[in-house]
Ligand binder design. Sequence first.
Ligand SMILES: Nc1ncnc2c1ncn2[C@@H]1O[C@H](COP(=O)(O)OP(=O)(O)OP(=O)(O)O)[C@@H](O)[C@H]1O
Length: 305
Amino acid sequence: MEETEIKEQEADVFEAAPNFQDLTKRSLRYLETGYPVHFTGPSGIGKTSLAMYIAKARKKPMMFIQGNKDLTIKDLIGSFSGYQRHKLKDNYVRSVQKIEEKVSESWREGRLLEAVRKGYTLVYDEFTRSRPETNNIFLPVLEERILPLYGAKQKKSFIKVHPDFSVIFTSNPKEYAGVYQSQDALLDRMITMTMEAMDKEVEISAVVNKTSIERNKAEVIVDFIEKVRKLASNKQDSGIPSLRASIMIADMVHRYQLPVDGNNDEFFQLCMDITWFPLKESIGEKEQQRVKRQLERECKSITER
Ligand SMILES: Nc1ncnc2c1ncn2[C@@H]1O[C@H](COP(=O)(O)OP(=O)(O)OP(=O)(O)O)[C@@H](O)[C@H]1O
């Protein structure tokens, strides 16, 4: 299955949660007017899902690109890959056999070129993970609405961007420092909106939507994850458990029919497996034993309502 299709399915379970409805409306307006939008916020807050949801709402074909350090201009524009041999055997007159052989380089169109040419909505996820020299190709696309065809051996040196083409970027601010410097020139050309805290009600609905678990169980699990976050000393750390942790616990509970009860060994172990590592990453070594005991107490005290 194509990466874009998988992400589209993710968008299907995503409902523009009440606190994101306004963000959705504003984003659609900016995109319609020709401004790219950018969602930034901690891991698991729903940036990618919201980007896909908005892209779908535009009712234009969608293209998905995941930022990474190996992404190159060739991947975005296209490249020639090897040679193709075409053989034409003409047997029209039986006694005369004509064979024509043509050798040509085969062209593989890049994702950005296709999106720009056909007017797609492009979701460029975690774009700050790509190298700045790769991302620079977006400057003329966003500013002059042209895509230069560097090294593409095409007749034209650039193509005009389709009027329907638009981009939704996502990034995690924690990664700016670790990966590549945020690209100010690029950021200056997009409208950046921060997604901070997810509303508790939204988190519960998200868990129910994704796992089909009963609502009362989802509430207990989300409550527990909220308590775990409070145990983390560095609240801004992207290592603390996100919505994904609640989804994982709920998924296992639903699949293996586990009781939502901290006195049940399997459920207790599941909660520890999912939360201890991210929590441990967010605290100093000296604190670890104390926090682990606190976490065990929180796990033990979980009871279904
Ligand atoms: N409102 C929602 N309804 C249902 N599921 C949701 C919602 N928001 C997020 N999710 C689910 O939560 C998980 C995390 O969401 P998503 O991948 O969009 O987060 P993210 O902010 O892009 O995270 P990262 O920065 O780690 O990529 C996904 O499995 C997604 O389907």
